[in-house]
Write a protein that binds this ligand. Structure first.
Ligand code: UD1
Length: 424
């Protein structure tokens, strides 16, 4: 298994081009199941999750071609016919986002058998809301031997559905299903993440009739069929936030390009409160901190967009461990998303964990150590900590990082970080 080896203490300085958003690309790819025409998605990141989903979609009958032009990767996905409506446990267990094939398969094909994803490192993460929403649209759903068996022989019917809690994935699944349902659907308390608006833009380019995506009420008028489209995937706001936090943590000066600062939600305010300087244009974000002045401890609580993203909580904590004063960080979205805490403590961090809240008291120095984490964002928080620590840090199990960060060591070393990948 590959490892990342780094020696901390160098401020990051330079430019980093942000990749297309993983969490937008995945639902967009599943939209191929809604049409027999080709769907082209530009600005697709080179990540393990994209490969896993491509494998799954191929099993359903998608033909997928990858093109690279001027460093931009595009996928053309074409599913003339659903050849198999089964999403097997082998592939679904690798990536929870596979559950997003359920709505599109059911809407176009009238039936689907999709493995339940099961729990994951950050919590139980049920899919009950996906299923309840589809049932409200007339689907018959049975759970059998770990699989969701869903049928809608006469097609799905438009419905009104209010999400009891905000769910990004369930909003995406129902949005896609409703696009091909008979009649009108109203989704209330829908997720407002930028990836939802991006999916809706693509669906509308395919002929769907959608209003209000990006707000908490989305109205969809079902259409009989959708056609192909060419869509540019939005920049990755979590990758942007991660490098912005790395710049602040190391006392660096980094210009993030090909991004969209509008999608960062509460993060920019938190960075400013913590003492970083932030300048945004339409598509760049510059983050710097005078290395002579330490960051200031700031409290943060995760919340659905536009609140502070749970996917940045671990990276924010990595910044706060060497800040002056204390920082209270509360996780409200997932029940077990503090796996980075014991590893950060092995590097000398002072953190007290009580349920969903971590009290971080800033320390003067971190010491490098061999560390590892069992999820993507926790792993990258260890990289940020390693870049600020004295001595050598080795982050094991890099395959977690490869699920969500394209060429991370190349992007960081181009900004002066002493980091390299060791292949075993
Ligand atoms: C997506 C993101 C993930 C991010 C998360 C929250 C993708 C591929 N992944 O995950 O990176 O951390 O949003 O911003 O876009 N829940 C239920 N029942 C359900 C569905 C969800 O109880 O049927 C709960 C979850 O356990 C969690 C909360 O709702 O506590 C939010 O989860 P959700 O927004 O659905 O996350 P994902 O779509 O899985």
């Amino acid at each position: 298994m590959d490892r990342l080896v780094m020696r901390g203490g160098r401020p990051l300085s330079g430019k980093i081009a942000i990749s297309g958003a993983k969490n937008a690309a995945l639902p967009l790819m599943t939209a191929t199941l809604l049409t027999q025409d080709p769907l082209t998605l530009r600005n697709i990141p080179d990540l393990a999750d994209i490969t896993t989903l491509s494998e799954l979609l191929s099993e359903h009958g998608a033909e997928i071609t990858l093109r690279k032009q001027d460093g931009v990767r595009s996928l053309t996905l074409s599913t003339p016919k659903i050849t198999c409506a089964v999403a097997s446990y082998d592939l679904v267990r690798k990536m929870r986002a596979s559950i997003l094939v359920l709505g599109p398969l059911l809407a176009r094909h009238g039936e689907a058998k999709v493995s339940l994803p099961g729990g994951c490192a950050i919590g139980t993460r049920p899919v009950d809301l996906h299923l309840k929403g589809l049932e409200a649209m007339g689907a018959k759903i049975e759970l059998e031997q770990g699989y969701v068996n869903a049928t809608a022989p006469k097609g799905l019917q438009g419905a009104s559905f209010r999400f009891p809690i905000v769910s990004v994935g369930a909003t995406e699944n129902l949005l896609m299903a409703a696009a091909l349902a008979h009649g009108d659907t109203v989704l209330e308390n829908a997720a407002r993440e930028p990836e939802i608006a991006d999916l809706a833009r693509c669906l509308m380019a395919m002929g769907a009739r959608i209003e209000g995506a990006g707000t908490e009420t989305i109205r969809i008028k079902g259409v009989a069929s959708l056609h192909g489209a060419d869509h540019l995937v939005l920049p990755d706001r979590i990758e942007t936030g991660t490098y912005a936090l790395a710049a602040a943590a190391t006392g660096g000066d980094v210009l993030l390009t090909q991004t969209d600062p509008e999608t960062l939600g509460a993060l920019v305010d938190l960075l400013v409160q913590a003492g970083a300087e932030v300048e945004a244009t339409r598509d760049t974000l510059r983050v710097r901190r005078d290395p002579a002045r330490r960051l200031i401890g700031v409290d943060a609580m995760t919340a659905p967009f536009p609140g502070f993203a749970t996917d940045l909580q671990a990276q924010f904590m990595a910044c706060m461990i060497t800040a002056t004063g204390a920082s209270m960080i509360s996780e409200t979205i997932f029940e077990n998303r503090f796996m980075h805490v014991p590893e950060l403590m092995r590097m000398g961090a002072n953190i007290n964990l009580h349920g969903g809240t971590a009290l971080v008291r800033g320390v003067d120095v971190l010491r490098g150590a061999p560390v590892m984490a069992t999820d993507l964002r926790a792993s990258v928080s260890l990289v940020i900590a390693g870049l600020t620590a004295q001595d050598e840090t080795v982050v094991n199990r890099v395959y977690h990082l490869d699920r969500g960060y394209e060429r991370i060591e190349a992007k960081l070393s181009a900004c002066g970080a002493d980091i390299s990948r060791v292949r075993d």
